[in-house]
Design a protein around this ligand. Structure first.
Ligand code: SAJ
Length: 444
């Protein structure tokens, strides 16, 4: 039975008592749509906080692993999953339409690019699957990174097709994901921005996350929280582009960019070190600025700096190929190139939008014979073919005309790589700490 919102004696709107009670007593059943690197850690944190969780994900193999108490993600231990499954507090389904109308639903689906444009299709599909499940007192929170205004102008109208009114019958908020699989920080340790489409939604969303994470930071609206998320990652893309562009000219000025960055990093204020590389990969940094730039374009105010930064970062694979060609008498045709690392950054298995793959494509375009090795990525799809990681590293190092280090996984024995290679182009400066033969080892 839905309890009318109460105005307490200070005139502050008190959200639906039942919804707030269910959060505070942690008796609410929570649905998580999307069990990837955002949704699964969140589902585990909810379960650990005492909530019953039902997760939905289209990937049957992921659900099979979860049902057997196995984690499909490196960043989540099997024990975290098994404990919740054994306690009967974590169910999974392939269909978000079958969440069975939980008290709370968190939407954690991907928001990629499609032909260079924002693609919010998965958010829309998730929202549409929730329409028949909306009921009075329910709370829906969007966590996916979206174009500013999506929560209020797209998600709410779709959910109100249920016949119920947002901020009256049910509640809606936005809380951007800040999961970074490689930082080692647990979901509970990262401050969480929270927001609601009105005071009741805001109070409920804030209370929900207070029961999950250590620090909650209220934003005045979903729109500003959506914008902030894009700001955080655009900040990174633009700063990486700065050092990538400087890396392309420093050498011509007789300057070692890596030394300059390390010197700048001694400044204890007003500077944040970023490092050049083969390009910017992943599902966040090369994507989020495009969402912000797209929205600005719609507002008639193109963001030239973001677009220029994207162009610089996207030019790095070609720059790497140019530098390696210089080292091989100006011609890559028929040369044997071994790329070390296909993942988009070190110590993870994710090759989405990986610059390493773009570097391989640039070499193939110039007629080189390209192989790669990556213990985390057994195979990758390049523009023209699927490549498989070579099984034995050392003989391939010895065979290569040039070894190109694109991802500096900690698992490599870099002394061994150095000793077994004839020529190395190091895009990550990972060999800096070794005594280098300058004729053999070259850097960005
Ligand atoms: N990169 C550089 N130079 C740098 C930093 C990164 O070339 O100085 C490259 C990386 O090699 C990679 C790409 O940029 O190809 C992205 O690297 P990233 O460290 O930003 O990694 P992501 O994509 O995992 O970003 C996530 C983001 N987390 C969320 O969106 C919740 C980002 O906000 C985090 O700041 C980042 O992790 C992090 O700090 O690790």
């Amino acid at each position: 039975m839905y309890v009318e919102p109460l105005l307490d004696n200070t005139g502050i709107v008190t959200p639906s008592i039942s919804a707030m009670e269910r959060i505070r007593t942690r008796t609410a059943r929570v649905g998580v749509v999307g069990l990837g690197y955002v949704g699964l850690p969140l589902a585990v944190a909810l379960g650990d906080a005492g909530f019953d969780v039902v997760g939905a994900d289209l990937d049957q193999s992921k659900l099979d692993a979860l049902k057997e108490g196995r984690s499909p993600l490196d960043c989540i231990a099997d024990s975290s999953i098994g404990g919740l499954i054994d306690a009967g507090r974590f169910e999974v389904t392939t269909d978000a339409a079958h969440l069975n109308s939980p008290d709370i639903i968190l939407i954690c689906v991907p928001t990629p690019l499609n032909q260079g444009e924002p693609d919010q299709r998965f958010v829309m599909e998730a929202a549409e699957s929730l329409i028949p499940q909306i009921r009075p007192g329910m709370i829906v929170v969007l966590e996916s990174t979206v174009i500013p205004d999506t929560t209020e102008r797209m998600l709410v109208p779709v959910l109100e097709a249920s016949g119920y009114k947002a901020e009256v019958d049910f509640f809606v908020g936005f809380s951007p994901e800040r999961v970074d699989p490689s930082s080692g920080l647990d979901v509970v340790d990262v401050p969480k921005l929270v927001s609601g489409i009105g005071p009741q939604s805001a109070a409920l969303v804030e209370e929900l996350y207070r029961n999950i994470v250590r620090t909650v930071v209220p934003a005045s609206s979903p729109r500003v929280a959506e914008f902030t998320k894009l700001l955080e990652n655009t900040f990174r893309d633009v700063n990486i582009a700065l050092v990538n562009e400087l890396a392309q000219v420093a050498r011509d000025m007789g300057v070692d960019i890596w030394e300059a960055i390390d010197l700048a990093a001694t400044k204890p204020y007003g500077y944040t070190p970023f490092y050049p590389g083969p390009g910017v990969g992943g599902h966040c940094i090369p994507v989020d600025p495009v969402y912000l730039a797209w929205r600005a374009e719609v507002a008639g105010k193109p963001l030239s700096m973001l677009q220029d930064a994207r162009r610089v970062n996207d030019s790095m694979p070609g720059f790497v190929a140019d530098r390696v060609a210089e080292l091989l008498d100006g011609d890559l045709a028929g040369k044997k190139i071994l790329v070390i690392g296909a993942a988009f950054k070190k110590d993870i298995e994710d090759a989405r939008n990986s610059a390493s793959v773009d570097v391989m494509d640039r070499f193939v375009e110039r007629g080189a014979e390209v192989l790669y090795h990556d213990p985390y990525c057994p195979s990758v799809k390049t523009a023209t073919r699927t490549l498989v990681s070579v099984p034995d590293l050392i003989p391939e190092l010895e065979r290569a005309d040039c070894v190109v280090i694109c991802t500096d996984h900690s698992s490599y024995d870099w002394e061994e790589v150095l000793g077994s290679s004839r020529l190395i182009f190091d895009t990550r400066n990972v060999l800096a700490s070794f005594v280098n033969d300058e004729a053999k080892v070259h850097r960005l």
